[in-house]
Design a protein around this ligand. Structure first.
Ligand code: PLP
Length: 420
């Protein structure tokens, strides 16, 4: 584009933006929550799943106290998602995040050698990652070190160097399948290297948050190698604690979460939890088992979610393509085309993301804070925007995306002007 063409284009965009400002929208692509259409897929869980059998398969009265680990049939069901045995599977309440916090809290304060005895406790944070992971680490006073992602999981050269040198690094988070927000899935090689790497801290912990384990959008599915088996093979059986939940399978407000780990690790965690709770909601566990049945039924149920979700992802891709095209793409914005999960990640030109999100807010479209996917919200390149399309209707998504394209081009061109 010549200087003159650029100026004309900038004027057009500024006029268009002013029009948005005069008639502000009221839309949000901020949080990855299921739409009400998706929630309806599990209405039968609430309305038509009567419980007739109060004794679990391992003879626990599900109405009463007891069964801290969860009922056997739920442990089997969630074990089928994490590829863990019944003994390696623990069932929690409606939030895996809550379990993650409780696990970290244990290692920090109540473990045999609590991390808090050290002057500094650090964690590796593959970024862009999930902002709520970073919030919990920050709250627990754990120093976060951002490590890059490669499209196939964390950059293992960086990870291996850091963990081999610094005993203050006690662990790391990984979202192995369809990472929030980049949508990438960890390769087999990364699984093996994580399981086998030499760590300066002798009891290194991998928080393996497999929140999107069955959340495929298409028939072609990304499946992660079994990390617990890889850890056992590398003689580090206690290294990994896995998490899953039904939040985005059934209903997040009243779902079921689970942990998978070696038997020793699980016993240690359960012992710590026993000081906080007698047992989680076993009636809901039973109801979920009745409704979801087995992995095959879960996968069939997730296909119905995909039918609702996939068009939204395709719409985002189509609008970005129509606006920027292949050539302009590299000048303005790169975007992901995930095969599953809940998010599209945008990489803007350096120094543009915050301003784009601010401009969007000023015209009534709420996005997740720019760079929130980085620890402390601190991304020196200021180029990261996360889109969460699940709860938007297609026509609203179109309006929001068109406004976003205008803001991206406008902010980028203004920035080029400023630097010229
Ligand atoms: C990576 C990841 N983990 C966990 C959660 C939340 O899980 P839960 O509802 O089980 O607490 C989310 C929700 O967006 C997520 O993206």
């Amino acid at each position: 584009m010549s200087q003159e063409e650029q100026e004309t284009r900038l004027e057009q965009l500024q006029e268009q933006y002013e029009r948005y400002k005069q008639r502000p929208l009221d839309l949000s692509l901020a949080r990855g929550v299921p739409s009400s259409e998706q929630l309806k897929l599990s209405q039968a869980l609430i309305n038509d799943t009567p419980i007739t059998q109060w004794l679990s398969d391992d003879e626990i009265d599900i109405r009463n106290y007891g069964g801290l680990y969860g009922i056997k049939e739920a442990r089997e069901l969630f074990g089928s998602l994490m590829e863990t045995s019944v003994e390696e599977t623990f069932i929690g309440g409606n939030s895996s995040l809550h379990l993650m916090y409780a696990v970290l809290n244990h290692f920090m304060f109540t473990a045999e050698k609590p991390w808090s005895q050290d002057a500094t406790v650090k964690f590796l944070c593959p970024s862009p990652g999930y902002d709520r992971h970073w919030f919990m680490l920050e709250q627990l006073g754990i120093e976060m070190i951002s490590v890059p992602l490669t499209g196939k999981g964390p950059d293992m050269d960086t990870v291996e160097t850091l963990v081999s040198q610094d005993p203050a690094i006690k662990g790391m988070f990984v979202v192995p399948t369809y990472n929030n927000p980049t949508g990438e899935t960890v390769s087999d090689e990364v699984v093996d290297r994580l399981a086998a790497m030499t760590t300066a801290h002798d009891d290194f912990l991998i928080m393996w948050d497999n929140a999107y384990v069955v959340h495929h959008l298409y028939e072609e599915r990304e499946v992660v190698k079994n990390i617990l088996e890889a850890c056992k093979y590398a003689l580090n059986p206690n290294r990994v604690v896995q998490f899953v939940s039904t939040s985005k399978m059934t209903i997040p407000g009243s779902g079921v979460s689970a942990i998978g780990a070696s038997v020793d690790r699980m016993q240690e965690i359960a012992k710590a939890f026993s000081k906080q709770i007698i047992s989680f909601d076993k009636i809901n566990q039973k109801r979920h088992v009745e409704f979801l049945k087995d992995r095959e039924t879960i996968e069939a149920h997730m296909e119905k979610h995909a039918e609702i979700l996939a068009p939204k992802f395709e719409w985002i891709d189509a609008i970005l393509h129509a606006f920027f095209g292949e050539e302009e793409r590299s000048h303005f914005v790169e975007w992901t085309q995930p095969k599953g999960g809940y998010f599209v990640h945008l990489t803007t030109q350096d120094g543009c993301a915050e301003e784009v999100v601010r401009r969007m807010k000023d015209i009534g479209v709420h996005l997740t804070d720019a760079n929130a996917a980085y620890p402390y919200g601190n991304n020196p390149r200021d180029n990261s925007i996360r889109l969460a399309p699940s709860n938007a209707k297609l026509d609203h998504l179109e309006i929001a995306m068109e406004a976003l394209c205008v803001c991206i081009e406008l902010v980028t061109l203004e920035k080029i002007e400023l630097t010229n």
